[in-house]
Design a binder for this molecule. Structure first.
Ligand code: RB5
Length: 145
């Protein structure tokens, strides 16, 4: 798959490990995030990734900050982005099956019980179920912040 990723200074190590693991599995990853501990603002990083994704050519996006919270809120402010802050295999699966999420968010300072790459793999292996979920996602996309 073709994936765009961005992060702030709170998730450099997590971003790097996600990128390496995805590339090792044959995926293409475009890195728009920072690679140093110098402080940046997560809304700017979310906007970068969202705009790049919406320009086309990507299957989905990944955004990471210290908690994943701020950058997911920011990404969801961009019309057309449905960003899911997932924390286990169940929420990773449901984010695609029910919400048709096109962005995933993770926190570099969070202790996950499940490896982040496993959650991403689960998301990638899941299909959107459509039907009533399509109606709800349509309503989501009709909302404006
Ligand atoms: C940056 O210090 C931190 O606030 C940010 O990475 C994120 O956790 C915000 O939600």
């Amino acid at each position: 798959m073709n994936i765009v990723i961005a992060n702030d200074h709170g998730a450099v190590a997590l971003k790097t490990s996600i990128m390496e693991e995805l590339r090792a599995r044959g995926h293409t990853v475009e890195n728009l995030g920072v690679d140093s501990a110098d402080s940046v603002d997560y809304p700017d990083m979310a906007k970068l990734a969202a705009d790049r994704f919406l320009a086309g050519g990507f299957d989905f996006g990944i955004v990471c900050c210290g908690t994943g919270i701020g950058i997911s809120i920011a990404a969801n402010k961009v019309p057309g982005i449905r960003c899911a802050l997932v924390h286990d295999l169940f929420t990773a699966e449901m984010s695609k099956a029910h919400n048709d999420a096109n962005f995933l968010a993770f926190g570099g300072r969070v202790s996950y019980a499940t490896p982040v790459i496993d959650m991403i793999e689960k998301y990638m292996a899941t299909s959107f179920e459509g039907d009533r979920h399509a109606r709800r996602v349509g309503k989501l996309d009709g909302m404006r912040t």
